[in-house]
Design a protein around this ligand. Structure first.
Ligand code: HEC
Length: 225
């Protein structure tokens, strides 16, 4: 397993660098099997399963239908909405993301807490102890905790079409990738290698029954005593 020290070191400095995470946020890993975490874990696992199945189905269908070079255009969960209800019928799932230490699209770059999760998984794999699931609780002052579930993803044989050794890719696909992802670091994988993480976020409590329609933050017109 290659070491990727520069990336590991860099996570120390990124906290807040993207402006997305207030400096005061703290995150801890918790035991996903503890009784008090079962409810959240089950929601998260169900969501991750759906995302994983969607991802694999999309990959298979796209490659079968149009060939890998064209599939690059619509591959990979691009259809998932990023606001409103992210997974149909799962209102407590507030975010879905895929990230990696070796990125194809810089837009999938990990935030500070994901970097910690990526580093932990990398270390555990190096120690011969690959985790199946990580659960993280993020606390921000004055807010309910955000719960995150992470599942490591391995490179399956069909992923190699687009993430395998660069000299095995068709010239058309290579050209397409180079044009769209000039800083592509997600090539030269072999089957079975760790590719990255699927992450879902779950709200601490169910949303209010009469939640306002999409997007708008909950109106505070009826303050509670
Ligand atoms: C048809 C080509 C293609 C195939 C096959 C493919 N990928 Fe990708 N993959 C891409 C493209 C293109 C992106 C960048 C997507 C974007 O812009 O968000 C990507 C991005 C990713 C990312 C997000 C992190 C990053 O590097 O930006 C992960 C994780 C990932 N792929 C895993 C997989 C896995 C696991 C498989 C096999 C099940 C797979 N991919 C198969 C083309 C492919």
């Amino acid at each position: 397993m290659k070491t990727r020290l520069p990336l590991l070191l860099s996570f120390v400095f990124v906290h807040g660098a993207f402006g997305a995470e207030p400096a005061a946020a703290t995150a801890v890993f918790v035991n996903p099997n503890a009784p008090e975490h079962v409810e959240i874990r089950e929601i998260g696992e169900k969501a991750i399963n759906r995302v994983a199945v969607t991802l694999v189905n999309e990959v298979n269908a796209a490659v079968a239908k149009s060939g890998a070079d064209k599939a690059v255009d619509f591959c990979h969960l691009k259809a998932l909405p990023m606001t409103g209800q992210i997974i149909a019928g799962m209102p407590r799932v507030t975010a879905v993301k895929r990230t990696s230490l070796r990125l194809r699209n810089p837009a999938n770059a990990p935030d500070a807490h994901e970097k910690v999760a990526l580093s932990k998984v990398e270390r555990d794999i190096e120690d011969g102890n690959p985790p199946k699931l990580l659960m993280q609780r993020i606390d921000r002052p004055g807010e309910k905790p955000e719960w995150r579930l992470y599942r490591p993803m391995a490179v399956a044989p069909q992923c190699l079409t687009c993430h395998g050794p660069s000299d095995s890719l068709s010239p058309e696909l290579k050209a397409r990738l180079a044009e769209r992802y000039p800083d592509d670091k997600a090539l030269d994988y072999t089957a079975g290698q760790w590719r990255g993480l699927i992450r879902v976020s779950i709200s601490d409590t169910p949303p209010p029954a009469a939640a306002p329609a999409k997007g708008a933050p909950a109106a505070k017109s009826t303050p509670k005593a």
